[in-house]
Design a protein around this ligand. Structure first.
Ligand SMILES: *Cc1c(COP(=O)(O)O)cnc(C)c1O
Length: 383
């Protein structure tokens, strides 16, 4: 038995981040400033775009919300999304004033099913919001074809998918908007934090303005040494800007992104070969031409498993190993049932997966011994 608890999704933090945060504090420039600009520049380089196509914000939820506000959605407009996602995806649609329309998923990849999307399109549909689940890219050719056919915007929820690629194209650059999360459990962290990217620089200019109260562009410089400038409120925006303290962490996390991706790929492969004979449905390895971000390693307990999913979660906890559930299907939640009348039986794939799935730790911070502990515990419970 381990002597310390293995926290699910614990981030990997190095001295570089600690020193940069300290330097930021000592500089006494804590808010949006030079480090956010540096971070946007570095993120743009990673994605092969320009800094004018990026806007750092304080969460992926904010990124999703602003992307949809920038689509000028009106009450009654519908946004089709997946039934297998974090609630933030759906809540952002509601906050943008539109109606979320969840659809079922592909059982192999757990990504939104393009056939279900096509079937859900109505004259009120304005956008599709796919999630690259666990970092496995969605079937973007099929989704983009539906979008072109019906003149829909596409907003990619890339919260799991910083390193994801689809036939050589980077996640977040395929749709109109790509939204990223740097929350504490994600592949790259800034504490809280997010990023919007878009092909169209006018759209990003709008997102930037919306992220800072709807103030004119000059407002971003209003605390600099360039001299006082009046700022003007051009629309009713939000308070979603990223701080330099957050960017200070992100700059160094981004520098280690690929190294950490390789580490997670190694852990993924150890799990895949260790669990092949257990009563588990293992996650899909990426098909040729696709790059997986290896954000989550999620298995499903099969009916032959000797214990239930919830018993398994408890038993792992007793063995001092933290696990996660990604996710109970969206229609399981009482709010959505009451507000929209969604019923789990209309989403059989997402519902069944949500009731049988468990995510095992796959952070780059895990040691080889940690990974062995996870493997031993899973084999002891299910072998
Ligand atoms: C984490 C997550 C979000 C929200 O990200 P925050 O940065 O915490 O706002 C949105 N969508 C998915 C799929 C997520 O996993």
């Amino acid at each position: 038995m381990r002597d310390n608890f293995l926290v699910f999704g614990a981030p990997q933090i190095s001295d570089a981040e600690i020193d940069e945060v300290t330097a930021t504090l000592r500089s006494r420039w804590l808010g949006t400033g030079p480090k956010v600009a540096r971070f946007e520049q570095a993120f743009a380089e990673y994605k092969g775009i320009t800094p004018a196509q990026t806007a750092a914000v304080n969460s992926c939820t904010a990124a999703l919300h602003l992307s949809m506000v920038a689509c000028d959605l009106k009450p009654g407009d519908e946004v089709i999304t997946t039934a297998m996602t974090f609630c933030a995806t759906v809540n952002a649609i509601i906050h943008a004033g539109a109606t979320p329309v969840p659809v079922d998923i592909d059982p192999r990849t757990r990504n939104i099913d393009p056939a279900a999307v096509a079937a859900a399109v109505t004259p009120r549909t304005k956008a599709i919001l796919p999630v690259h689940f666990a970092g496995y890219p969605c079937d973007m050719d099929a989704l983009l074809e539906i979008a072109v056919r019906h003149d829909l915007r596409v907003i990619e929820d890339c919260a799991h998918a910083i390193e994801t690629e689809y036939h050589g194209r980077k996640a977040g650059t395929l749709g109109d908007f790509g939204c990223f999360s740097f929350y504490v459990t994600k592949n790259m962290v800034t504490g809280e934090g997010g990023m919007v990217i878009a092909r169209d620089t006018d759209r990003i200019a709008r997102v930037r303005r919306l992220a800072l109260h709807g103030l004119s562009a000059d407002a971003w410089q209003r605390f600099s040494d360039k001299g006082y400038k009046h700022y003007f409120v051009e629309e009713c925006g939000f308070k979603y800007n990223m701080m330099d303290i957050q960017a200070a962490i992100g700059i160094h996390q981004l520098a280690r992104l690929e190294e950490n991706w390789q580490r997670r790929q190694h852990i993924w492969q150890r799990y895949q070969s260790a669990f092949g004979d257990l009563p588990l449905l293992l996650p899909a390895d990426p098909a040729p031409g696709l790059r997986h971000a290896y954000h989550l390693y999620s298995v499903c307990l099969q009916p032959a498993a000797p214990i239930s999913r919830d018993e398994f979660l408890q038993a792992m906890n007793q063995r001092k190993i933290g696990t996660g559930v990604h996710y109970l299907a969206i229609p399981e939640h009482p709010f959505y049932q009451q507000r929209f009348g969604w019923r789990t039986q209309d989403f059989p794939v997402a519902t069944a997966i949500g009731r049988s799935t468990v995510s095992l730790p796959i952070s780059a911070a895990l040691t080889d011994d940690d990974v062995s502990d996870v493997i031993d515990a899973v084999r002891e419970l299910l072998g």
